[in-house]
Write a new protein. Structure first.
Length: 323
């Protein structure tokens, strides 16, 4: 079963001369122009009671518009009863605090057991929303805040905010090495030329900007707060590695253990046993996709991240003369 959508309206005179798909996108802003164009091409749009299947056709103003479509579920995935740490929920969106190890979307090696499967169980209506409402991702072993759309209008507006860089996302991370000061990385990111599962700074890549500031310096590590302007795959991990300060525990980008001189056996073991990138999506802020209200959420650091910082603090206190 899909979701039936019926839209009716009259073309305002100020849209005179615009393409049909452009005019309808302005009339019905809950739906993207590309989606409306598909509806036109499929013969699902009537202008003055006549089917018009040419998106480039110009409107004159005052035409009556009728659209009736059934939006089918985009993908057939199994609904699975997977616990979600829900931070906020209403009829339009859901904000979760994603745990370590939860894959966001099914793919190679992860056919199920994902956030998408959990969403289909928690909110079955998202089966009618592309990608089950998932508008951005966190890596499997990155923890923290994610927003998911529960309706097509909510998804349309959240994607628009992402593209306009209006959604604020802030992270905390621990990197190898003692950084001198905060700053910004403005380097394009693209697929690594030889390692197909990795990304890299590449001139042919997509623009990517990361801001960072220092929260605390340890003997051989730095606790950072980071803010994204863009949302490229592995962006923070790639940018920090580019600065030669890879994230602690990062298996892809060089975050192998680097115990400082004089480290205790216990601290060395803490570093060696930290097997994921030390990265947490700590704050999320956005305009509610329907009400327009500015909303902000925070997620506390997970226990393993807190334990890592505590071990680094203890090491610094035990070895003050070795800083």
């Amino acid at each position: 079963m899909g979701q039936r959508i019926q839209l009716v309206g009259t073309v305002p005179e100020q849209l005179f001369g615009k393409r049909l798909d452009q005019a309808l996108a302005e009339m019905f802003p809950d739906y993207s122009r590309s989606r409306i164009k598909d509806w036109i091409l499929a013969g699902q749009v009537k202008v003055n009671s006549v089917v018009l299947d040419k998106p480039r056709e110009k409107v004159q103003g005052d035409e009556s518009i009728e659209i009736e479509v059934v939006v089918e579920a985009q993908e057939r995935h199994e609904a699975q009863d997977i616990d979600l740490n829900i931070v906020y929920e209403d009829e339009d969106l859901l904000v979760i605090n994603k745990p370590e190890g939860l894959v966001v979307h099914p793919g190679a090696g992860n056919a199920d057991g994902t956030l998408l499967n959990a969403m289909l169980n928690h909110s079955p209506e998202v089966a009618n929303v592309p990608r089950a409402g998932i508008v951005h991702r966190l890596d499997k072993d990155t923890t923290g805040l994610m927003v998911i759309a529960k309706t097509i209008p909510a998804q349309t507006h959240l994607v628009e905010q992402l593209q306009a860089r209006e959604i604020s996302r802030e992270y905390e991370a621990v990197v190898n090495g003692t950084m001198v000061a905060g700053g910004m990385v403005d380097k394009p990111i693209g697929r690594h030329p030889t390692k197909r599962t990795s990304m890299a700074v590449r001139e042919s890549g997509k623009p990517a900007t990361t801001h960072y500031r220092i929260i605390k310096k340890f003997r051989a590590h730095t606790h950072l707060r980071l803010k994204l302007e863009t949302g490229r795959t592995h962006q923070i991990r790639v940018h920090m590695s580019h600065l030669r300060h890879p994230l602690v525990g990062d298996p892809l980008y060089g975050g192998r253990p680097r115990p400082p001189k004089g480290s205790s056996d216990e601290f060395i073991q803490v570093l060696r046993s930290y097997k994921r990138q030390a990265l947490h999506a700590a704050q999320l802020a956005l305009f509610h996709p329907i009400s327009g209200e500015w909303m902000t959420w925070q997620a506390p650091l997970p226990d393993d991240f807190v334990d890592l910082l505590s071990a680094m603090e203890a090491d610094s206190q035990l070895n003050p003369d070795l800083d």
